[in-house]
Design a protein around this ligand. Structure first.
Ligand SMILES: [Mg+2]
Length: 392
């Protein structure tokens, strides 16, 4: 069997352009689907996939580890940045889909079979509607509480919010009190049985992250995410040591090499590897094994499109350290038209049982994708009160 062609299919889903990759083979009807969605870098990733293609055309798609090594190491520049890492990931996912289809078995069975009966999913406040998740004013604690109750009413037992405002490297008490009030309001609204996560988007400096983490520590968060830049592993480790709340990070770390220091320095309790950026399922399985070795939880970052979700679930059914799958369901109303999925998210508890379809268990509807061509993503630029650049 040989790879004959690699296609990219871009589908604008409002906040992001989903980049689907289709790897075709010389076996009639046998192809694989991957995804490499990287917000605000759509043209770069499409170009990077084109640049990688000469390494793959004519090769046996079932030699996925060998091809991964080739994509990562050949032509001198290693694939350890977000653009090339995403391009490698997209192709890698499609190769695993092909192997599963070739052997007529779901990917998680290729990796040793299911290690759990079901996977829990969590939502964003607002279900992925970007205004609710990103633009709810941290001064409006009641709005956070109302959206939290809505998520629970929809069957979720866990949800994520952005209750930490953008700040300068140092600011006084006001933003800290906003964050604590929002988290308190959500906890009072949903009770102790629901898991609440707060994503800081790496907005705070390490010191501000520490102050926010201490302020929300009494409310028993499931995790506190990216409380400072991932570039500051020491800052993250200081925060992790200062609070009881589990610290989560990893969505911007490309390959196991960038994950390793966070484990060695005990800088986090949850690794949120992104399967579509870090090097695909091949590299994510290595990161999952590292998480097992350090007894750190794995909860992949997954706000993207449907191939990413299918890949995350397949990984979760074969990875002991995996705890929960991120999901968005209200980003665009036509999401289910674009994909046929091998799993069902059960309304009660929003859990998913293993797919029985081969590979990743999904098929993309190319005609539906064509209805939503590339559009420039909405710009999300953030500025401090003095006009200086801040993180979004
Ligand atoms: Mg995040």
């Amino acid at each position: 069997m040989k790879i004959t062609k690699i296609e990219t299919h871009v589908c604008n889903a409002r906040m992001r352009n989903w980049i689907f990759v289709k790897v075709l083979t010389d076996q009639p009807g046998l192809h694989g689907w991957g995804e490499g969605t990287l917000e605000w870098h759509t043209r770069s990733v499409v170009g990077a996939i084109e640049d990688l293609s000469p390494l793959l055309i004519g090769e046996d798609p079932t030699r996925v580890e060998h091809l991964w090594q080739s994509m990562y190491r050949q032509h001198f520049w290693h694939g350890n940045g977000p653009v090339r890492g995403t391009a490698i990931s997209a192709i890698d996912l499609a190769l695993w889909d092909i192997i599963g289809k070739f052997y007529n078995t779901p990917c998680h069975k290729l990796w040793g079979g299911p290690v759990r009966d079901y996977i829990r999913t969590y939502c964003h406040l607002g279900g992925g509607k970007m205004e609710d998740f990103y633009e709810t004013n941290p001064a409006d604690a009641k709005r956070f509480a109302d959206l939290a109750q809505k998520a629970v009413a929809e069957g979720y037992t866990a949800f994520k919010t952005m209750a930490v405002p953008e700040t300068m490297p140092l600011e006084g008490l006001k933003p800290i009190k906003y964050a604590a009030k929002c988290v308190e309001a959500m906890r009072l609204a949903v009770g102790d049985d629901i898991d609440i996560m707060v994503d800081c988007h790496a907005r705070p400096s390490p010191q501000m992250g520490l102050m926010f983490a201490k302020a929300v520590d009494p409310y028993g968060l499931y995790w506190f995410e990216e409380p400072c830049w991932p570039e500051s592993v020491e800052g993250m480790a200081d925060i992790a040591r200062a609070v009881t709340t589990p610290i989560a990070t990893g969505e911007r770390l490309i390959t196991s090499h960038q994950v390793r220091p966070f484990l060695e320095k005990r800088a986090c309790s949850v690794i949120q590897t992104d399967i579509t950026h870090t090097g695909g399922l091949t590299e994510s399985r290595k990161i999952a094994a590292l998480c097992d070795a350090y007894r750190v939880a794995l909860a992949p970052h997954n706000p993207q499109g449907p191939v990413s979700t299918a890949a995350s679930l397949e990984l979760g059914f074969a990875s002991p350290s995996y705890i929960i799958c991120e999901s968005v369901h209200l980003d665009v109303p036509w999401r289910s038209d674009v994909v046929s999925e091998g799993f069902v998210i059960e309304k009660k508890g929003r859990i998913v049982r293993p797919s029985t379809r081969p590979g990743l268990g999904i098929e993309i509807n190319e005609a539906e994708v064509k209805k939503h061509p590339f559009e420039q993503e909405l710009l999300q630029r953030s500025w401090g009160a003095d006009g200086s650049v801040t993180d979004w």
